[in-house]
Design a binder for this molecule. Sequence first.
Ligand code: DGY
Length: 311
Amino acid sequence: MSVRILSTSPLVGNALQELGNTFPDLLIASFRSSDWDAALGSAEAIVVMLSEPVTESDIQAAPNLKAIGTYSVGVNHLPLSACDAKGIAIVNTPGVLTDSTADIAMALLLSVTRRMPEGEALVRSGAWRGWAPDQFLGISLAGKSCGILGSGPIGKAFARRVQAFGMDPMFWDREGCGGSVDYGSASAPRLALNDLLRRSHVLSLHCPLTDATRGLLDRNALLELPHGAVIINTARGGIIDETAAIELLESGHLGGAGLDVYANEPHLNPKWRSAPRTVLLPHLGSATVETRTAMSELLCDGIARAFRTFQ
Ligand code: DGY
């Protein structure tokens, strides 16, 4: 079987089919299926999803590979050094999912702090007996501070959103350069991690998973947060020590968690399902028709560019 473009899934919109028309042959085969394995040897580009870790062995088994496209902005599931050494282009989808990911972080923050899933479940169950003064009391956002790990486009887009809700955003000073971050509508201070954590009523993660951020929020870091702090994670599960986070939710030190991402997706730690004051989404950050269509176009343009560069 000779295949030029090997994708593990169709993509939203027409871009992948059009790429296949321009550069035949395209095969869509599930990740690590026998068809995928058989086609890898001839593939010049592979397209994978963020849940499909590509290994150095895959690179060795694909001597014609010119590009790896991932239908995500995150590239933590790709063998970056091996690709770099072999001149294989990495094509991801930055920029086009900034607003939709910041939106889902904001949706999680509102859902957790206003206890929307509990309220919705009560109404839906038919057991609601009417308005009550102390029913499902939540936490107000206005006047609270929001620590943001990551001062890239998504972190800044989230800062604009929380500022609009009356919160004070602050960014992690990852490089130790001090000063402030201009996030579009205003600027916010850049603080050392522990300083940021101690002041964060809400902490939202918008940084990539790398060797430097894996396990960054361990138990000690989480204990620096004020009692009752809320964590929002739309970045990657591996940045948080999930066992510690679950225990701190159970103890009440953490006031809530809104999660779109988990370590080892989709096999999440089963304790998340019973952890108190949590809202759990199935990695929906970029999941709008407009965004996924734009991601497909960006990804396929990038692969076409890589093919032309290597021609
Ligand atoms: C990505 O594309 O890497 C994000 O996780 C989207 O949610």
